[in-house]
Design a protein around this ligand. Structure first.
Ligand code: SF4
Length: 432
């Protein structure tokens, strides 16, 4: 059963008298268990919907709708499938206490993998789930593989009952399901031979595996479970060498790069980040693969739109990982606009200095580096650090940050969004 959260006015559902709180029980005689059932069972244009209204009366709605016209209901968000693993490197395990509750939810849900591109390990997949993946053609799925050798994967996921991922992927691939995979690599556990064996297994699945991302393990100061090594410059370089070999082979034999190192791997190794064409259509950009190349491209394309603002002093706050390469971008903006850009490197006070990503900086970090900066005319902060409710991970809000600071602050994804359009560069962008 799924529950209606909202009914859009003027839609079929509205005309039928379906109200928020209505429980949708079955479609064309098939029980509705979750949003996936609802989504797929209502794909037809002739529908018999069995529903229970908020007052308790049950109805059968016989619906004939013009082709493709939406029914107009939004569902209460699903309860997510919880993760059965206990990875030592789990980012959620490494969260400090006292953050908002939903940040502590460890989801491992194939439905969200299909719907939103969340990575899932498939270790909690039941036979029925596999049948649904096949029936509803939930493809591509985003799969946290980490390692294909079974024993290594049990250790990585810290779960002796994890199923054999090669068998799972092979079964699903046999029905035409495809995958974007990721390997979070822990030195000593799944680099070297294990990585080689894993890439070989994934390669042997043919076009079922569309891409693989190799991502270095990231730890916060609260990852007390973790007993392994952290990623050194040498480890990162060795991983990139393996990724490069396999990627070159894939380009030769399959005309697509197939396997990519995450941006963080390049930053850790000190190797130059590839340009945009390397990433083809950026299949794993949400996983930090090619985000820097994409930023460079967007900036280059948007530079001509930036106004002249000679002498304006602009602070750009970023994490320690990105700070070194931000200088190159800042010089381009200076040349175009005449402004003076200062890259402000912020350490992460919530997760510790080991967490270097700009998008994980918190409100407290912004306050710390900006509160005394009356010498600046304005500051940009990474828009990725703010959620859709305008909150940083530490629950500080962007609005309260702006009112606390004496200079204007804008959230920006790529500089252009915040600086274009106004002669004095003062447009609110992103989550602002
Ligand atoms: S699979 Fe591992 S890393 Fe992912 S949520 Fe579960 S315990 Fe955390």
């Amino acid at each position: 059963m799924v529950t209606v959260a909202r009914v859009r006015p003027g839609t079929i559902a509205d005309e039928l008298g379906i109200k928020p709180g209505t429980e949708l029980l079955a479609v064309n005689g098939r029980e509705v268990d979750d949003f996936l059932d609802w989504e797929f069972l209502t794909a037809d244009d002739a529908l018999l919907v069995h529903a229970r209204l908020p007052g308790g009366e049950e109805f059968e709605f016989d619906i004939e709708r013009p082709e493709g016209e939406p029914l107009g209901v939004e569902l209460v968000p699903p309860s997510v499938r919880r993760c059965a693993n206990r990875c030592e490197f789990c980012f959620i395990e490494g969260l400090p206490k006292g953050l908002r509750r939903n940040l502590y939810i460890r989801d491992d849900d194939y439905r969200l993998s299909f719907a939103y591109g969340n990575f899932a390990t498939l270790s909690n997949l039941k036979e029925r789930d596999e049948r649904r993946i096949v029936e509803y053609r939930l493809s591509p799925l985003y799969v946290s593989v980490h390692a294909t050798p079974w024993e290594a994967r049990k250790v990585l996921l810290n779960n002796p009952r994890v199923p054999n991922i090669v068998e799972q992927l092979t079964r699903l691939a046999g029905h035409g399901i495809q995958f974007h995979c990721q390997m979070v690599v822990v030195p000593g556990l799944n680099d070297g031979d294990v990585l080689e064996a894993s890439l070989t297994d994934l390669w042997n699945l043919g076009d079922a595996v569309i891409t693989v991302a190799v991502v270095p393990v990231g730890l916060t100061q609260f990852n007390h479970l973790f007993k392994g090594e952290s990623m050194s410059r040498e480890n990162a370089a060795a991983l990139l060498a393996a990724v490069g070999r396999w990627g070159d082979r894939a380009v030769r034999e399959r005309r697509a790069r197939w396997v990519f190192g995450s941006d963080e791997l390049y930053l850790l190794s000190g190797e130059p980040l590839p340009d945009a064409p390397f990433y083809e259509d950026f299949p794993q950009i949400e996983n930090g693969v090619g985000a820097v190349a994409s930023l460079r491209t967007r900036l280059d394309e948007g530079l001509p739109d930036l106004p002249r603002m000679p002498g304006r002093r602009i602070g750009v706050v970023t994490g320690t990982a990105m700070a070194p390469m931000m200088g190159e971008l800042a010089r381009k903006i200076e040349a175009q606009t005449g402004a003076r850009i200062e890259v402000i490197r912020a350490e992460n006070s919530l997760f510790g200095p080991g967490v270097t990503t700009a998008g994980l900086l918190v409100g407290e970090d912004m306050r710390r580096v900006l509160s005394e900066r009356t010498d600046l005319d304005l500051a940009l902060i990474p828009a990725e650090s703010i959620n859709e409710d305008g909150l940083f991970l530490d629950d500080d809000s962007f609005e309260s940050l702006r009112s606390a600071l004496s200079i204007p602050v804008f959230a920006s994804y790529d500089f252009v969004d915040a600086l274009a359009g106004e002669p004095d560069g003062a447009v609110v962008a992103g989550a602002a």
